[in-house]
Design a protein around this ligand. Structure first.
Ligand SMILES: Cc1cc2nc3c(=O)[nH]c(=O)nc-3n(C[C@H](O)[C@H](O)[C@H](O)COP(=O)(O)OP(=O)(O)OC[C@H]3O[C@@H](n4cnc5c(N)ncnc54)[C@H](O)[C@@H]3O)c2cc1C
Length: 381
């Protein structure tokens, strides 16, 4: 992390300079006065600022997070005639993050203890479908992906995508059994993404800074995934550059979907995978496929395809500023977030439940821009 403190400009060095010169001052100037206030704490580090202004906006993108309050669905369904379907959808705001983990669970469901089939179909070509297809290929299966849309036209391309399984389920609805599967999926995915760090897949580690005016304090129920956010520490008021009293720091991976999804698609094709553009209107259309082992990775599309009313869109939008390569950190403040990528600085913070429109919400865009302009305007230089 950059530390731009300079000894010449610190209050300590200024005090030392004044102390050394005191003997040269006239006697009247040396009369004892009220005790000096304690020195203000010095930020332990400084960071380059995001330049936020409407004329730096290059696009606003919208996507529907495939939210399932009960949690993502990985489940077998017998289609009859010796056909087996495994569902793998409903990952909410954490589908890129969890992709390799829930894909592992889905492949376990599909293959069981039997020898892998010669071929299989994956429906959907977002982060979840691609990870599922690649894991099947690694088991020696010839895979065809059938999808209505390909990258860059999937919801996965709209994601930020920070490695963080966020807004995935509702604790009031999700079962303990789901929570265990979720944790297992998160740990598998966390490990696999680490092997993809680098420019080929567009994955890197970045420091995150959540800030708050209230102390963070410990949660009543400890986060079972806390160890997946390493190097966590807190900063006391005045010891960090952010315009809030308290700040935390931890590390997380950032996945750049435009780079990542294309690279995984390339891997899939290089490994002999086939790709077909096809939209399915109902599950029984899957029985016309030549493959008898099928995984359904259709994201929000699964609601119409399967009739799963337990799914609801969480509309999200990102306003993207011109790239600033010097910004290598993430901020999370008051429900807003800033995440830097090679293709722009992402400003977000919306979750509109059960809103199906893919049109940008202009009021939300203005609020997000104004909030970030104020935040970075007040950040210490
Ligand atoms: C603003 C925003 C920010 C986000 N940030 C993050 C983040 O930081 N980290 C993170 O992990 N996640 C994030 N997400 C969530 C993430 O985008 C989703 O969870 C993820 O994209 C779901 O992946 P998927 O592969 O299931 O679905 P999709 O990417 O939507 O892919 C579905 C595929 O299925 C196909 N399909 C659908 N219906 C049919 C059909 N009937 N027939 C044939 N094909 C069909 C589609 O064409 C597509 O190919 C964010 C989402 C939004 C909107």
């Amino acid at each position: 992390m950059p530390d731009s403190r300079s000894p010449q400009s610190s209050p300590l060095s200024r005090r030392a300079f004044l102390g050394a010169s005191a003997a040269a001052l006239p006697a009247c100037a040396a009369r004892p006065g009220p005790p000096a206030p304690p020195p203000a704490p010095e930020p332990a580090f400084r960071l380059p600022k995001v330049r936020v202004s409407p004329d730096r906006v290059i696009r606003t993108v919208v996507g529907l997070r495939p939210y399932r309050p009960a949690g993502f669905r990985v489940e077998r369904e017998d289609l009859g005639g010796g056909r087996l379907l495994v569902h793998n959808y409903g990952h909410g705001g954490g589908g890129v993050t969890l992709s390799w983990g829930s894909a592992s669970l889905a492949v376990e469901e599909l293959l069981g203890d039997e020898p892998p089939p010669a071929r299989a179909a994956v429906i959907g070509c977002g982060a979840v479908g691609l990870a599922t297809a690649r894991l099947l290929q690694r088991r020696g299966v010839a895979v065809t992906i059938y999808a209505r849309d390909l990258p860059p036209n999937t919801t996965s391309n709209v994601a930020c995508a920070q490695w963080s399984p966020f807004s995935v389920s509702d604790a009031r609805v999700a079962t303990d059994e789901f929570q265990l599967r979720f944790q297992r999926a998160a740990r598998i995915a966390y490990r696999i993404f680490q092997d993809m760090v680098g420019t080929r897949y567009g994955v890197r580690w970045l420091p995150n800074y959540p800030v708050s005016d209230a102390p963070f304090g410990g949660s009543a129920t400890p986060d079972p995934l806390a160890d997946l956010y390493p190097e966590s520490r807190e900063f006391a008021p005045g010891t960090h550059p952010f315009p809030a009293r308290y700040a935390r720091e931890y590390q997380s991976m950032m996945i750049e979907p435009p780079v990542y999804l294309q690279a995984v698609l390339d891997d899939f094709l290089l490994a002999g995978g086939s790709l077909r553009i096809r939209a399915f209107g109902a599950l029984d259309e899957l029985t016309t496929l030549p493959e008898r082992r099928i995984v359904n990775c259709t994201g929000m599309g699964a609601r119409a395809l399967t009739g799963d009313d337990g799914m609801v869109p969480l509309k999200g939008q990102l306003t993207v500023l011109l790239p600033q390569p010097e910004i290598r950190y993430i901020t999370l403040a008051g429900g807003l977030y800033m995440m830097p990528r090679a293709d722009g600085i992402l400003l977000g913070g919306t979750r509109e439940r059960d809103v199906w429109s893919l049109q940008p919400n202009r009021e939300a865009e203005e609020r997000i821009l104004a909030g970030h302009a104020e935040f970075f305007g007040r950040m210490a230089d």
